[in-house]
Design a protein around this ligand. Structure first.
Ligand code: CP
Length: 303
């Protein structure tokens, strides 16, 4: 039995197979419409979500399976003090596979250790978000054409942003990638990440102004300043609109630079950008369904 806690749980070869399967599902969804007949996915979300929970539910439904779960810790017995370990033992009696989001780093790992069914980390605190990373890699592969040889700018909350941490973790296994980290001092990328890049000899640069590096980028990965990760409102208010991607800034970019964002967006990308052909973030959300379908099939041994 396999779980997915971290994008590195799958080798590059295994990811290639998963992405090829997602391509095939996109091309011929009818072929996969009954692959999960009789199977049940549990979505255990202790933290809010739109894309991750609903794309998992859409993925399982499109595979012919069914979905149970909760979208709020308050409506589960966690509110009465039940541990994650006990909850997953119970979910193992009711479902064949579980996607879990939790505000505490490592909680899905604790669940996986006690689980009788595959557990997928659907985001744990500021730590990892591996299925967002699979979505991001599939988007880059499909729209940019290659997972090697590009310069990627990661902009916004690089300190708490689990999507950023997961994506860097995954990209360091590919060739010819340069990272440009664009953030205010207070939200800069953690030292353990830059130490790891130095050790591996992977080029990176840290800057504050987006405009200064825009012309260099092949991909721009925007992120939201996450209100829920701040300890005080004053800091959040000061930093929340530090970056706003506008049509004027897009004029500095390459004609084929892609803009990605895990979403939700607040103010960091102007809605005027949505009609720019380089805006890839809504397509990215669609890729998330195919890649989660491929992941469910893989972890259930049905691929
Ligand atoms: N990208 C992402 O994780 O979105 P949700 O928080 O809506 O699931």
């Amino acid at each position: 039995m396999r779980h997915l806690m971290n994008p590195l749980d799958f080798s590059v070869e295994e990811l290639d197979k998963l992405f090829a399967l997602a391509d095939d599902i996109k091309k011929d969804p009818a072929k996969y419409a009954h692959k999960c007949d009789g199977k049940i996915l549990a979505t255990c979300f202790y933290e809010p979500s739109t894309r991750t929970r609903l794309s998992f539910e859409s993925a399982m439904t499109r595979l012919g399976g069914r979905v149970i779960g909760f979208s709020d810790a308050a409506s589960s017995s966690a509110s009465k003090g039940e541990s994650v370990s006990d909850t997953i033992r119970i979910i193992s009696c009711y479902a064949d596979i579980c996607a879990m989001r939790h505000p505490k780093e490592g909680a899905p790992m604790v669940a996986a250790e006690k689980s009788l069914i595959p557990v997928i980390n659907a985001g744990d605190g500021g730590h990892q978000h591996p299925t967002q990373t699979l979505t991001d890699l599939q988007t880059i592969r499909s729209l940019h054409g290659d997972l090697n040889n590009f310069t990627i700018g990661l902009c916004g909350d690089l300190k708490f942003g689990r999507t950023v941490h997961s994506l860097i973790n995954a990209l360091v296994r590919y060739e010819g990638i340069k990272f440009i980290f664009i953030s205010p001092e207070e939200l800069k990328i953690p030292d353990y990440v830059t130490d790891m890049l130095r050790e591996k000899g992977i080029p990176f640069q840290e800057v504050i102004r987006l405009e200064d590096v825009m012309p260099e980028l092949d991909l721009l990965y925007m992120t939201r300043v996450q209100k829920e990760r701040f300890f005080n409102e004053e800091d959040y208010v000061r930093l929340k609109d530090f970056y706003v991607l506008t049509p004027e800034k897009m004029e500095l970019a390459k004609p084929d630079m892609l803009v990605l964002h895990p979403l939700p967006r607040v103010n960091e990308i102007s809605v005027e950008i949505d009609d720019d052909p380089r805006a890839a973030y809504f397509k990215q959300a669609q890729f998330g369904v195919y890649v989660r379908m491929a992941l469910i099939l893989t972890l259930l041994g049905l691929a």
